[in-house]
Design a protein around this ligand. Sequence first.
Ligand code: ISE
Length: 359
Amino acid sequence: MTQDLRIGIIGVGAMGADHAERVARRISGARLVAVSDPDTARAEALAAALTGTPGSAGSANAGGTPAGATGSDGVRVIGDPLALIGDAEVDAVIIASPGFAHAEQLMACLEHGKPVLCEKPLTMDAESSLRVVEAEHKVGRPLIQVGFMRRFDPEYARLKQLLDSGELGRTLLLHNVHRNKTVTATFHSEMIVRDSLVHEVDVARWLFDDEIARITVHAPKPTSLVAEGVLDPQLAVFEMVGGAMADVEVFVNFQVGYEVRCEAVAEKGSATIGLGVDVLTKQAGHWGGTMPDDFRVRFGLAYDIEVQRWVNAAARGEIDGPTAWDGYAAAAVCTAGVQSLQEGRPVQVEMVSRSEVFG
Ligand code: ISE
């Protein structure tokens, strides 16, 4: 019988707590054994709530197929995140701490040879991301998977399949919409690029299977519902190396709900995902459906599939999703995106070539 992968989670804010619950209740072949957070009370409350959690029957899951989680017998709180990474009873790590903490924590995972699923962004800038890619290359095997969960969303996965099949001819354009209901007051203009737009950076690279050569981030007149100086919404344009283009509206204080759409325009047709028309009701003179409040709901199944596939791959000594290189490429594009936003002009993306790192 193979042993469950013992997982430690660093950062148990909204996303980390969601992953903790997922690992404890829905993921098979894994057990939540430790959590770490600067807010010790929050970590202790979560550990107590999830200790003794019985595994569930597992959620329906394309590709990941959890057969039922094992649950969690004892979840320890380890104050120092680096101690959690080094702990002999932690086999693999999920990093859901703020982006600025990722570089040091990723390096520690590499030093200890531990598989790690790191929430985006990989790190805060292209240079530090490249150092992570190089350090992983020195280790000699892939240990880092980046949490670009859209790739695991069944709708996005079908879109990718359709475009790759060639049925619609060559893909020419992508139109993306990325709206959050609200964000915290500390979410400033640069974070909209690095924390939100970064998802569509990955989507464009993945769907086109190409790098982004140039990015322009426009700042239309902001909504009056944010603090002075916050540039929300933003409108980005990506120019791919191969000549295709993508546009993205990012609006993180949309007020209404969470909405992510992508329309691909190809030579012989178009395809749209994210219309959110699951159940349409007609009642009391109105018709319509509901909108999720945030990404944990909209992408809940995608996160389940992502984590299950990561766990399955870690047990084989592999990863199964976006690589550290994908994280580096996204960071390089966002670094140029922030510069574009600040300088009001298109900015060329600076990246080393794969052969400079991998030979
Ligand atoms: C958040 O960190 C996420 O990753 C969400 O998917 C994204 O929609 C949101 O804008 C980010 O703040």
